[in-house]
Design a protein around this ligand. Structure first.
Ligand SMILES: [Mn+2]
Length: 418
């Protein structure tokens, strides 16, 4: 029985699967079949017990404040599903450490509210985030229309005071509004007025819509990013926010509709996925206390590219957050494990080559061939494979040629040594 279980374990690179509810530990990566199983964000464990967690992923399936197309209520579910494919990576390119080893991340699930009592929803969102923050856990929220950032910021400002806001968007979301109404295009006007954020120490990136008022926010519009470059803009934003406590909100419509069609209010002339990645990576070192990625509307998505963009951005936001944590013991032990494995592999390779060289010599001696390597001959000119030859034959001959050159090089180094 025991041997049977052992054999079954060693034949698959995948574990038991469904880390979303089977995972014991909040840290680490458990390879899982990408297209199957329960889809938590990046295969983190669903948990409401945050005593061990550094960061909680929270879905906010809300889209009642949209000015154009709704559908972002389905965003959290789509982002989680898209994240399954990239959950096998221990780190997200181009980061150089594994954030899921450095910090403990749980998927808290979705905020529960009654769409039949819409007036109560903002307070429910604030209360949820208030409770999570009270357990000293940061949040990455998955949207949901962008209005949701307002009730989240209320909870953050209660804990930290006025924050620096780093805001990726096609829209300023600071359009002047009357005091008794708010939607997903006016919430940062209200946030600035209510003192939840400090506009002068905040940045808006990727804007390409008209608003006669900036309300003090520092704006790096889409043209600025294109003309000055993502790296330069990231450096300036970093300088601006300094070590202020910082909330990063990413409206997916900051990306060009070509890169993120699945959103409610797309605007042409946006950032490429690459520019967004470069900007986020360039922000390393900011004092990030919370983040969100919002406005993914799956009904308008194509081939799930918008959801994948949001999942990748979420992974990068977690990496940005984890930057400020010290290296964890789990990272050190994984590094030791990898070093041991690679040393073992190279030892095995060496002894295998030694064996093969010995056998070759033996055969040569037996067949009366000189064991001395042949003098260098003129390299044969490469003959182009005939059009008729199959691709397989091509790769075979290529592999042969490669092996030959390798063997030659080895023989050369041997002669030099002797
Ligand atoms: Mn927007």
């Amino acid at each position: 029985m025991a041997t049977k279980r052992k054999a079954a374990k060693s034949t698959s690179p995948f574990g038991r699967g469904d880390a979303a509810f089977l995972r014991q530990d909040l840290r680490g990566i458990a390879p899982e079949i990408a297209y199957a199983g329960a889809t938590s964000f990046l295969r983190r464990r669903y948990s409401r017990d945050l005593s061990e967690a550094d960061l909680a992923v929270v879905g906010v399936p809300y889209d009642l404040a949209t000015t154009n197309r709704s559908g972002a209520r389905l965003g959290p579910r789509a982002i989680r599903a898209a994240s399954a494919m990239i959950a096998c990576w221990t780190r997200i390119y181009p980061w150089d450490f594994d954030p899921m080893l450095r910090i403990a991340v749980a998927d808290w699930g979705d905020v529960a509210f009654d769409h039949g009592l819409p007036d109560k929803i903002p307070d429910t969102i604030t209360q949820t985030f208030r409770e999570i923050l009270a357990s000293d856990t940061a949040t990455l929220a998955l949207g949901g229309d962008h209005f949701m950032t307002y009730p989240i910021l209320r909870a953050y400002a209660e804990k930290y005071g006025a924050l620096s806001l780093i805001h990726f968007d096609a829209h300023s979301d600071t359009w002047r509004d009357s005091h008794n109404r708010i939607d997903h295009g006016t919430m940062f006007f209200h946030a600035a007025r209510a003192g939840l954020v400090v506009p002068e120490r905040s940045a808006q990136i990727g804007l390409r819509t008209y608003n006669p008022e900036s309300h003090g926010f520092n704006i790096f519009d889409a043209r600025t990013v294109k003309q000055r470059g993502a790296k330069v803009v990231a450096r300036e934003v970093r300088k601006l926010v300094g070590q202020n406590k910082c909330y990063l909100t990413f409206d997916i419509d900051c990306l060009d509709p070509a890169y993120a069609p699945g959103t409610g209010t797309p605007e042409m002339g946006g950032l490429t996925s690459y520019e967004a990645q470069e900007l986020l990576y360039g922000l390393r070192g900011i004092n990030l206390v919370g983040a969100d990625v919002v406005e993914v509307a799956p009904p308008f998505d194509q081939a799930e590219i918008t959801a994948l963009a949001a999942a990748t951005i979420g992974f990068m936001q977690i990496s940005l957050f984890a930057e400020n944590f010290p290296m964890h013991e789990r990272e050190k032990s994984r590094a030791r494990h990898l070093a041991r494995a690679s040393a073992k592999a190279s030892r095995g390779k060496k002894s295998a080559t030694k064996r093969s060289i010995k056998t070759k010599r033996k055969t040569r001696v037996q067949s009366g061939v000189q064991s001395k390597p042949k003098p260098k001959t003129k390299p044969k000119t490469k003959t182009k494979p005939k059009a008729k030859t199959k691709a397989k034959a091509k790769t075979k001959s290529k592999a042969k040629a490669k092996a030959k050159t390798k063997a030659k090089a080895k023989a050369k180094s041997k002669t030099r040594k002797s």
